[in-house]
Design a protein around this ligand. Structure first.
Ligand SMILES: NC(=O)c1ccc[n+]([C@@H]2O[C@H](COP(=O)([O-])OP(=O)(O)OC[C@H]3O[C@@H](n4cnc5c(N)ncnc54)[C@H](OP(=O)(O)O)[C@@H]3O)[C@@H](O)[C@H]2O)c1
Length: 336
């Protein structure tokens, strides 16, 4: 591997939907290794909606400084090592960022055993359904949604990695599952996953009525990946003691002023509760959740979709595309 690598850095803070000039592709010479360090060649990295907040600092983590490499989950190969923990050829997962390679200390990485992966559970699942998106679905649904068989759940951005996983898990727990997604193709995909009903929000003029029609007896759990008007439309359809899980607010990330919630009286009349999650709060339970989900995948009751683009050059476009819905599943960039 060449010691000169390319990486994307933050060149300008976005004011609305990010534009390509917010990112700069720079060449960087990797340093010689010091003790207990590794050189990693990136194979895959992710582009995530949640990164949008970090670009401005409106997040639970600090704003990414200008000039820093854009952060993301990645899978890479150890190509040089002065660490007793890692040998050349080991595959690892960690916060590699939008880069072709890096030198770092030997902490904060997780070794991936190739023997644990195959055509069903691919190694890329480690940064997808068995990584942040899948774990968000798992803990958001179970810990905050507190689902009970027979209840009705509505999930927004249902065709995305978080939404699609949430819906399948909810179905396996005996819930009546309704997805909201944009466009016919995504709605078809959501139906194929086994959701009971799907609402194409791009084809609806009245979301309140569309949810009411899909859920005539009301909604027990709203798993929110979108926020804004969609959240408001769900709130007025909630049943008594309904739970709202705030996973993501993608319709709000690019707005200078949030839309906010208008129907707050409904929280009193219907004894609603609403809770947000940061998936990393559940880190000490990740291993069990990953093992359980890998088992479901192998049993054929949980499927996942990946949307993989080739080459580091397209990373900003792939990221920006998340905000106009052009991803079909977990969006990853393949470097080699
Ligand atoms: N809380 C946590 O710890 C945590 C961790 C990971 C992710 N998240 C959040 O979970 C949510 C889902 O993440 P994901 O990785 O599965 O990505 P995702 O759902 O694939 O996100 C992209 C999708 O969002 C939808 N979208 C974009 N702009 C929209 C808008 N204005 N209105 C309605 N829908 C819009 C589009 O789908 P359509 O084509 O259907 O519109 C797009 O394809 C995100 O909000 C993310 O920030 C939270």
């Amino acid at each position: 591997m060449n010691r000169t690598i390319k990486q994307w850095t933050l060149s300008k803070r976005p004011e609305a939907v990010p534009t390509e000039d917010c990112f700069a592709l720079v060449e960087h010479d990797l340093p010689e290794l010091k003790d207990n360090q590794v050189r990693i060649k990136t194979h895959f990295f992710s582009v995530d909606p949640g990164m949008r907040s970090r670009l401005n600092g409106d997040s639970y983590a600090a704003a990414l400084p200008l000039g820093n490499v854009i952060e993301s989950a990645g899978i890479g190969e150890i190509v040089e090592s002065t660490s007793s923990r890692y040998a050349v050829g080991d595959m690892v997962m960690g916060g590699l960022g939008w880069t072709q390679g890096l030198v770092q200390g030997d902490r904060g990485l997780q070794k991936l055993d190739p023997a644990l992966f195959d055509d069903e559970v691919r190694m890329t699942a480690a940064i997808g359904i068995l990584g942040v998106p899948g774990l968000t679905a798992w803990f958001g649904l179970q810990d905050l949604g507190r689902p009970e068989s027979g209840e009705t759940i509505v999930i927004s951005s249902a065709a995305g990695p978080v939404g699609a996983t949430t819906g399948q898990l909810a179905k396996s727990m005996g819930l009546n599952v309704v997805g909201i997604a944009g466009g016919e193709e995504k709605c078809r995909y959501v139906t194929q996953l086994g959701f009971d009903k799907v609402i194409d929000y791009k084809a609806e003029t009245d979301l309140v009525q569309a949810i009411k029609k899909a859920c005539p007896d009301g909604v027990d759990i709203y798993f929110d990946n979108v926020g804004g008007d969609m959240l408001d439309a769900a709130i007025v359809n909630m049943r008594i003691r309904g739970r709202i899980v705030v996973s993501g607010q993608i319709s709000e990330y690019n707005r200078p002023t949030p839309v906010g919630i208008r129907h707050t009286t409904q929280f009193i009349t219907h004894r609603l509760s609403m809770a947000g999650l940061v998936v990393y709060d559940y880190a000490n339970r990740f291993t069990d959740a990953q093992a359980a989900m890998a088992k479901l995948i192998r049993a054929g009751s949980l499927v996942y979709s990946e949307d993989i683009s080739q080459g580091i050059e397209g990373a900003p476009q792939a990221f920006i595309g998340l905000f106009n819905g052009n991803n079909h599943g977990r969006r990853l960039i393949q470097i080699s």
